[in-house]
Design a protein around this ligand. Structure first.
Ligand code: KG4
Ligand code: ZN
Length: 357
């Protein structure tokens, strides 16, 4: 079964073709990072406009890279939640129109759930050269989902059958990477920039707090972000009233590197400690990490050190937003869901994964 996946929930326009939920035939991602970097973050109207410009060529390239015509495609899977409303509308309108024209069943996909399915992709056509896991994860499966909008621990008993174990009480961890990057004068997106700067710094320079929360598996990152802000203000000789947007001009390379390393150390320790706790309690057969922050190499290293099982990590290209994960989940969803009516499909910008199950 070949599924065309379409993703446009934030600032990546993506299409991909996957066979049987695990064999990657094509993976096209048009990133708008360069466009939004000038503004220091994603501008929703600009994102929607850019999706509209490239969605058709991106889909056509995904089909031609996969050496497929429409006759070779069995179904379409598209992100309908969560995300920016204007962005979601472009992808879903394209998918609905194509489903109607080409008489294909259409499956609506939850973006956050789909991130987990990047880990199910373990084969590829010989035109691609990603470093893929050898095996698919098995159930029960513990997933640490960490992106720009989400930080949660989810326990999957099977496809479509999962429960929330813990989640952030405030900022998502990716959001914290992005905000801290701004404070210390690193570019958007902050995650990769902080990871790079951290390699040059000493993670033990600043001892930043880890929030203590009532929920055993819950996270919090907003206190950590504020602690970074206060520490940087103090280090450059200013008080707490000093505006954060004026800080980068005063931050030395040494301070930038040491703060990047100290922040990354604390954020990762928070994630790894809670994941270890959940692992010990629930004894899952597999653990996966998913979402943009799962691209972080230090997180991977620390998690592998902390857990007594082997973890196979998805390639970076499938951790950040892509349509391969949408098509992969589409395959499993096609076995448990009825197709959606393409004439009546709605987007749901803030639907949680638990309400989509
Ligand atoms: O999953 P994603 O591409 O988009 C969302 O659905 O949010 O995640 C984007 C987030 C951003 O906050 C970005 O800074 C973060 O993932 N990120 C990273 C790394 N690469 C991307 N965070 C830490 N380390 C990285 N290497
Ligand atoms: Zn995402």
């Amino acid at each position: 079964m070949r599924i065309l996946g379409i993703e446009s929930s934030c600032d990546e326009t993506a299409a991909a073709v996957i066979e049987d939920g695990h064999m990657l035939l094509s993976n096209v991602v048009n990133s708008q990072i360069d466009i939004h970097a000038a503004y220091g973050g994603v501008v929703p109207e600009v994102a929607a406009r850019s999706h509209l410009e490239v969605i058709s060529p991106v889909i056509n390239k995904a089909l031609s890279d996969a050496d497929c015509t429409w006759d070779d495609i069995d179904a379409i899977a598209v992100t309908y939640a969560p995300g920016l409303i204007g962005s979601l509308l472009i992808g879903t309108l394209a998918a609905r129109t194509l489903a109607i024209i080409h008489h294909k069943p259409l499956y609506k996909i939850h973006h956050v759930e789909a991130h987990v399915y990047a880990n199910f992709i373990n084969q590829q056509s010989d035109t691609l050269s990603l470093t893929l896991p050898k095996n698919q994860p098995v159930f029960p499966l513990l997933a640490l989902i960490v992106s720009g909008g989400h930080s949660q621990l989810v326990l999957f008993q099977n496809h479509g059958d999962y429960q929330l174990i813990g989640q952030t009480q405030d900022d998502a961890v990716g959001e914290a990477f992005d905000k801290v990057a701004k404070i210390i004068g690193l570019p958007y997106p902050g995650g990769p920039a902080i990871a790079k700067a951290a390699e040059l710094g000493d993670s033990q320079t600043f001892h930043l707090p880890i929030a203590k929360l009532a929920g055993e598996y819950d996270f919090s990152f907003s206190g950590l972000k504020t602690a970074v802000l206060r520490t940087v203000q103090r280090e450059v000789g200013k008080d707490f009233t000093f505006p954060s947007h004026e800080l980068p001009a005063l931050v030395t390379d040494e301070l930038q590197h040491n703060m990047a390393a100290s922040f990354q150390y604390t954020a990762i320790k928070t994630l790894v400690d809670k994941t270890k706790k959940a692992y010990d309690n629930f004894q899952p057969a597999s653990v996966v990490i998913a979402g943009g922050v799962a691209a972080n190499q230090e997180l991977r290293r620390q998690l592998s050190l902390a857990l007594p099982i082997d973890i196979e990590y998805a390639p970076i290209q499938l951790c950040t937003d892509n349509a391969a994960m949408i098509a992969a989940l589409g395959y499993f969803r096609a076995h448990i869901d009825q197709p959606t009516d393409p004439y009546n499909m709605e987007v749901q910008p803030s639907l949680s994964m638990l309400d989509a199950a």
